[in-house]
Design a protein around this ligand. Sequence first.
Ligand code: IVH
Length: 707
Amino acid sequence: MSNDRTAIAPDQLSPPEAAAEMARLAERVAAADAAYHRDDAPIMSDADYDAMRRRLVALEAAFPALKRADTPTAAIGAGPSEKFEKVRHVVPMLSLDNAFSDEDVAEFVARVHKFLATHGQPITFTAEPKIDGLSLSLRYEAGRLVSAATRGDGAEGENVTANVLTIAEIPQVLSGDLPEVLEVRGEVYMAHADFTALNAKAEAFGGKVFANPRNAAAGSLRQLDPKITASRVLKFFAYAWGEIVPEWEVATQFERVEAFGRWGFPINPRMVRCSSVEEMLAVYRGLEADRANLGYDIDGVVYKVDRIDLQTRLGFVSRSPRWAIAHKFPAEKARTILEGIDIQVGRTGAHTPVARLMPVTVGGVVVTNATLHNADEIVRLDARIGDTVVVQRAGDVIPQIVEVVDDGAHAARPAFEFPHLCQCDLKTALIREETASGEEGKIRRCTGEFACPFQRQEHLRQFVGRKAFDIEGLGEKQIEFFFADPDLPVREPADIFTLAERNAANPLKKLENKEGFGPVSVAKLFAAIEARRTIALERFVFALGIRNVGETTARQLARAYGSWAAFHEAAEKIVAGDAVAREEMDAIDQIGETVIDSVAAYFREPHNRAIVEKLVAELTIVDAETPKSDTAVAGKTVVFTGSLEKMTRDEAKAMAERLGAKVAGSVSAKTHIVVAGPGAGSKLAKAQALGVQVMTEEEWLALVGAG
Ligand code: IVH
């Protein structure tokens, strides 16, 4: 692959050039991330990876509008891996029920009293911070750390022993009066200072920037390479236990955790005992007030019944104990200034507004932007640039703007005008996309389709896909290559069909000599392209990439119009406002306003028209078979159910449709025939109940004359 372009300074690139390079880099960085983190099989050297990533970061900085919502540079750590060995938890790792208000806490305490039938006898609870990290189970045998596992699904976690051995705060050998088997459980977390330092380093060197300390802790612990874990500062608080053999005499939660402290585990200094709801709520208020000064993220307070015998009596409801509850803090909010609204363009042309904010700390995390979802949301909030806004962050949810605060100058500021044109340099008109139910949607989307550089690559992918042109040897990877290749660029579908000719005309830069290609593969590729110069109308219509025109709709259109000329003429007439042409299209089975509007929008767009015209000139489009109207099943609605023996479902469907029948997925009073094979169930029963004609596969084949 050519790397020439990486030498070009970002500000020398045009937006389409940058878009192409960014798409290529994003894909490669994501692939390298997956290979490294998930598959433990790096596909490039660290230096190459760093260079590639830095280039992408630089391009994203130079072209913020082209930054993909799912860019790998914003990745929030490694996902769960299949590569870690699984560990079964002898004692399941449970989660906690939540309380969101004082009343919820009072109800929890009342429930505990009722369950234990205490008749007013006081019960002691512990109260402690709920650490926002990830839980970990540490197994010690004869005082030695033998394994460490994440919670996983509660029953089975990931074996992260090698990584845990690098965490300084976790003791590897315990001394004192110890049970033979001891599982200590608690939370791994990253302190604010260590998190900030890690991200600062990542930003400077183009590494992974984490969204919050919890993601950083999880990403650091779930590394396949313990060296990476070792380079991150992880901390731990012990607050629970799993298997303990022999039974442990220590009778209360509080004393057990204190014992952990004596054995060398960090325990939270804010753990206290309470004997009433009022005391519990006072602890909650105190921790809420101190939250920003703790040095690590907490997201609430956990209350636990102190006596172990009572915990045992209370037991569990599904996956949480009856003896504990997490009293969550409300989502954190902060005020700041809305400095600007950027529009990000996704790969499908969707335009998403993003609020640019004066940096503000919300719960220990600096927030610089927030999602605005869509144009309607800006109107709903009446957010204007310069306004004072309230930003909310809940867990790792993307920060949101929840309200605009009137600072006296709001009314004087101009209302935000959502762009009507695409951010691409073609300045194509944006439409509001309709939802499947026909309601006007909230998403603003570029109608440029193939002409919009953001969407062009995506469309080219569909164009060569299995259900469209299905060109052997021209898959996503090759499309990506040709899209970015300066010598043989493929920027629109017609370019595919001029590849061989252009290659022949440029003997100095032959494709045959490029990495990944050779004379045989190139000859094969060109032959495969030639073979698709003749294409069935339905594939062609689908391949155009008209929004809302999927495979089935394309087939319906192809069958209804029969030829490209007829379909094209109808589309042109609809664009011109011809009501008859519109009605005719509306009359086609399964085709309604959404499709018609999408067809009209597509053919109204000059760039699309030019692209289609060039493409058609390269091809022979084979007419579709129009459905027969003189067969035994013409106009009938048929449902296939159970297994078919002589043909596949797809074949059966295609044959029925060729013969003029309509194939439905469910049985109703409108169904004429149900073809039931072995294993038919509820559909057959329904047909019988409704008195619909039922036949076997043989009977069906005999009826249509194919038996
Ligand atoms: S006790 C059987 N105590 O919160 C109860 N959990 O929402 C075991 N957590 O999975 C949990 N701080 O990861 C407990 N002081 C604390 C906690 C805590 C954080 C986490 C833990 C648990 C989750 C449940």
